[in-house]
Every structure is written in structure tokens, then in C-alpha cells.
Design a protein around this ligand. Sequence first.
Ligand code: PG9
Length: 352
Amino acid sequence: MKRAVLLCCLLLCGCARKESSQWDKTEVMIPARDGVKLHTLIFAPKGATAKLPFLIERSPYGFDNGRAESTLETRYKQLANEGFIFVLQDIRGRYQSEGQFVMTRPVRDPSNPQSIDEGTDTYDTIDWLLKNVPNNNGRAGLLGISYGGWLTAMALIEPHPALKAVSEQASPADMFLGDDFHHNGAFRLSYGFEYVARMETGKIQSRFDFDKHDTFDWYLKLGPLSEIDARYFHGEKPTWNNFVTHPNYDPFWQQQAVDLILKKTTIPNLNVAGWWDQEDYYGPMKIYETLEKTDTDHKNYLVVGPWRHGGWGGEGTSLGPIDFGGDQSKYFRGSIEAPWFAYWLKDKGQLK
Ligand code: PG9
């Protein structure tokens, strides 16, 4: 009877359900409070005997073309062995989600009940999941690397009560002082230009089509930076326009600094950073340091390893010629990350 009701619900909300070997996969459009629908894939382990928590990753980079399934088999293998209901969601305006994408969308004005941000989209998603996905244990975890780490940090501002553990991994904290777009105030030209082209050309990622292999030479021959707009962007890329309008550390950059936005540690958070991360090493260290100040209940954690940007999600035996004497990424995922989430979301084991 219960199964029949679930099937009716899924058909009514336009969900597509697919059987795969290990997972019951459901594809849904989850409505946010302003009516925008967010494209979401839900993977529930087949034959689970106990109620399970959700583990959510939200991303601007898409889960199409088998990326979701391969992520579960590699990056999330150890967590999948532990047993979670995985939820992979395209953020607003990206891939199959509705709405408008805004790069690192500013935090909403809470006095305006109509306002939304990435935190409210996460809140609304968790709310929907609890009510619509059977056999959940009433708890949710959230994690992500880099942009996904930043989305995780944003969910800490007005968290859903069922959000019981998060792992902020390589999130930017300050785009002028230390992370992706500037380091110590110095503009990172190739990164800034190529990331804007990749993210603000359409809903899906696209690569800028350089007409030569030697891009160092391409940038040298470009001439003054105004040539970027004159030749390629034509004033149409919001993030490039922000680089041009705000070349100094003005309120535009200061107001988005995550360390000023996060006020109090309320939810267990496993911050993760890589010593050799050229994009976002500053971010996770700063977020850890910020949350540490109000961490009266010991909920703020930090892992730093010998990794490039997000290296703990892949193979971790070496970096270039440097041998780590073992797979440190696998060790992190299996012996730290999975038991950490199991402790907070499943009351399992002890926290070392
Ligand atoms: N470092 C990338 C990023 C994060 C947040 C904003 C802009 C860029 C990333 O790898 O996702």
C-alpha cells in the first residue's frame, strides 16, 4: 500500500524513476519558495533495511551524461558503502534547473520575505526531501568541494533544522584577499577570464576557444585588459564587469567575505583544505578560523592534507613527482569523512 502511494506521488510530481544495479534513482524538479524548480537526482540504496539520512551535493557544474553515477562510484564510494540517500542538485540557473544563475549569489535580505539565496534553496530542498522521499531518518548532511564548498557554507546562515552535519571543502572565503579571482589583491588574469567564459556563456559549461596552444603568449599579445571586452565579452559578462568596476578591496568584495557572513557555529562542520591548492587554500582555513571563535560545543573540525584543489576527491598517492607513500585521499574518504558523517547523521561509532 505504502509503495503504491509513493508511486502515485512520484507520478503526480512528474518524477522519473529508474532502476540501476545498486540504486533506485529518481529525477525530480524540487520547487523553491519562489516557484523556481531545481533539477535533482536522488539515489537511494536498493534494499536498505534501515531509514537513512540524506547526503546532499549542490553544484553549478552539472551531473549529466553519467557524471552522477561515476561520482557515486569514485568520489563517494566510501560514503556509499556507509549508506546514505544521495541527492545531487543543479543550482538555480545551471544545467536543468530553472531560474537565473548569479555567480556566488549575494546573501539575501532577510527582512524581505520574497528574497532567496543559495541558503534558502538548500533549506527548501531539504524540506521537500523530508516530506517526499520515503525511508529517510529525518536528518540531512551537505558537502561539496570549491563552488560546492561555498554553497555548503551558505547553508549555514539560515540552516534547516534537519541539517545535522556539513563538510565545507575548499570553499572560497574572500575573492579579493585569498581565493579564486585575486590573491592578496593581485588579479588572476587567466583564471578570472577563463572561469567567466566557462560559467557565463550559457547554462552549461563551455571552454573559451583559444586560437593558439600557448595561452601565455595569447595573454601577452592581448594588450591592455580593456581588449577583453572590446574583442570577446562586449560588456555582457556580469562577473567580468565586476572585475572591471571593482579593482580594489571595496565594499563589493568586503560584503561577500564569508568570514564576515558566518556568525556562529551551530552545525558540525568538517572543513577540508589542500596544502597545494592554488585556488582556494585561504578559504577553508579562514572559515575554520572564523567558526572556531564561537565553537563552544566542539563542532568545528579541520583536515588539511597534501592535495591540489579538491585532490582528496580523486586518487591521492602522489602530486607530480612527490610520492605520498600511500593513497592519502582514499584514507581521508574512508577513515575520516565517511565515519564523521556516520557519527553525526546515523549515531554510529565514536568520534576520534
Ligand atoms: N574554485 C572554483 C570556484 C569556486 C567558487 C566560485 C568560483 C570558482 C571551483 O573549483 O569551483
